[in-house]
Design a protein around this ligand. Structure first.
Ligand code: F0G
Length: 531
């Protein structure tokens, strides 16, 4: 294969001894989030915000506009959203948009400022729009917290004291955290049997879309609880906690149909929208000839709104968004109307108030103008097929490397942004759920080889604090996140060799005890541990 990129920023890797890492681990109470990044050989904790940006993004940053009100980036970013999510436009208008001089008044007025968009996800709230529906917020969890807090307040205002359930194909840990903090119950309705299934030779002809929502379970749950107790239905694309596995277009269409049958708004958590579109193009019948934005256009046509961390498929270091369809189901459900049908309280206005009071004006929402420009350029970069092809194949190379080295429990095919290992299988089903052996694996990988991963299993997903129903929905995995446009084959080969060695010595990996912070919300960010 031909390489797809050069790296523009170089970082030296330090020489650190096992003893030094041991000291640092002890000092940070074996909490991997607290381990100093500068002491690592390879950091695979997260693919979020860790991207090496492209030349186009770096140059776009110089054209960032730091104005307090309606900076140029606001128009550029909203137009970029429309291009890549709604218009299916692959024409690379970004260069033109980024270069557009704010003083080229005619062009800005005709092309950007005064465009009227109705009915879409990204009308924004330009001077003539009464219904704001697009909110730039600097990262995904902040968008989630704005959304869930508001939904809680609205529902409590209408009928106090009720508990709601929010089903998903797989909520991310911050999404679960936000849902729990609003007093609701998160549920993860995927198919675990399918997730662990691997063919004899480890090779799939077509990706089986293991990230799909189990739509039978979804419908059963809605029927059991009653649609009035399910305020939103979520699909995470790709399904991060379910091993970064993609969701098929057919599954989104079906979820949308079910949600709308019960008049429940259908939402996306769209952090890895481009990787998901890539999997659809390569694996789902009827999409081979469509571009990534054309596929994204269809995907987003099924949802009533979405939150997204754009620190992933924005190919950027910072960014996020919350948007809902103008006059769509989300808007109808959470706005209040007078008897004559006129709007009494617009949910968009409430969201905008929260955005402004917590993050910043709607024109930047917690981002600097230069970051907005890098993000706009990055969204186009992430929609390039060759980039996505190289990225997904790099993940598969790592997964196949583990598999061929005899490591048990590797989830195949690889996800779009990393590789996951099922810790129950890795440990031959000998370590029970409360041994938190997956966290032991992560700590030991840091100690011995300077590789940091993310435990996304029994420990982080709080197995011991869940109901039996929810416990059955935890996938006990450790994730090796692959940073975008940054790592080479040498990095991957080092990781494969390290995991092979650790696998062969797995009996010596310690169990983990939580000594402080067991019941804190999102405990893995603060807990103190012991081996
Ligand atoms: N949703 C998904 C699916 C995510 O993967 C993340 C973050 C978020 C929401 C929250 O977004 O970080 O911008 O606030 N995932 C990172 C990860 C942190 O490592 O998977 P954020």
């Amino acid at each position: 294969p031909t390489p797809h990129s050069y790296t523009y920023v170089t970082k030296n890797i330090p020489n650190v001894t096992v003893e030094q890492r041991e000291r640092a681990l002890k000092a940070t109470h074996y909490n991997e989030f607290a381990f100093p990044a500068g002491m690592l050989t390879i950091d695979m904790l997260s693919d979020s915000g860790t991207t090496a940006m492209t030349d186009v993004q770096w140059s776009a940053m110089f054209l960032g506009d730091e104005s307090y009100g309606r900076n140029k980036g606001y128009y550029v970013l909203l137009d970029t959203f429309r291009d890549v999510f709604e218009r299916g436009d692959d024409q690379k208008r970004i260069i033109d948009l980024v270069r557009t001089d704010c003083t080229d008044v005619e062009k800005m007025m005709n092309e950007v400022y005064l465009c009227e968009y109705e009915g879409g996800l990204f009308n924004g709230g330009s001077a003539q729009m009464e219904r704001p529906n697009t909110f730039i917020i600097q990262q995904g969890r902040a968008a989630e917290s704005v959304l869930f807090e508001l939904v809680r307040n609205i529902l409590n205002g209408r009928e106090p004291g009720k508990t709601y359930t929010i089903p998903s194909n797989g909520h991310f840990d911050t999404t679960e955290g936000n849902i729990k903090q609003m007093g609701s119950i998160p549920r993860n309705l995927y198919n675990k049997e399918l997730l662990w299934e691997v063919p004899e030779n480890g090779h799939y002809e077509k990706n089986p879309f293991k990230g799909n929502m189990d739509t039978e379970k979804l419908e059963e749950l809605i029927e059991k609880l009653g649609p009035e107790n399910v305020p939103l239905i979520y699909t995470t694309i790709t399904n991060n906690t379910v091993c970064g596995q993609p969701v098929s277009m057919a599954n989104m269409r079906e979820c949308s149909r079910i949600a709308h049958k019960y008049e429940i708004p259908y939402m996306f958590d769209a952090a890895r929208w481009a990787e998901n579109a890539y999997f659809i193009k390569v694996n789902e019948d009827g999409y081979a000839d469509k571009s990534i934005p054309e596929i994204a256009k269809e995907m987003f046509s099924y949802c009533d709104g979405f939150t997204a961390s754009l620190k992933k498929d924005g190919h950027a270091n910072m960014g996020g968004v919350l948007a809902f369809r103008d006059k769509g189901l989300f808007w109808k459900k959470f706005s209040d109307f007078n008897e004559d049908g006129s709007v009494k309280t617009d949910v968009g206005i409430l969201l905008k108030v929260k955005q402004i009071s917590s993050y910043g004006n709607d024109s930047y929402g917690g981002m600097s103008g230069r970051d907005i420009m890098a993000l706009a350029a990055g969204l186009y970069e992430a929609a390039k097929f060759d980039y996505l092809d190289a990225r997904v194949k790099q993940c598969e190379y790592l997964a196949q490397g583990f598999y061929k080295a005899g490591v048990k429990g590797v989830v195949l095919p690889a996800g779009g942004h990393g590789v996951y290992i099922n810790m129950d299988e890795f440990f031959d089903n000998k370590r029970g759920p409360e041994t938190f052996a997956g966290q032991g694996f992560s700590v030991e990988l840091i100690r011995r080889y300077g590789i940091r991963t993310a435990e996304l299993g029994n420990y982080s997903m709080e197995y011991d604090l869940k109901t039996p129903e929810q416990q059955a929905e935890v996938a006990n995995v450790v994730r090796f996140a692959v940073n975008r446009s940054q790592l080479s084959k040498e990095h991957m080969d080092y990781v494969i060799a390290a995991v092979k060695a650790l696998y062969e010595d797995r009996a010596t990996i310690p169990d983990i005890r939580i000594v402080k912070g067991k019941n804190l919300p999102m405990r893995h960010f603060h807990a103190f541990l012991e081996t």
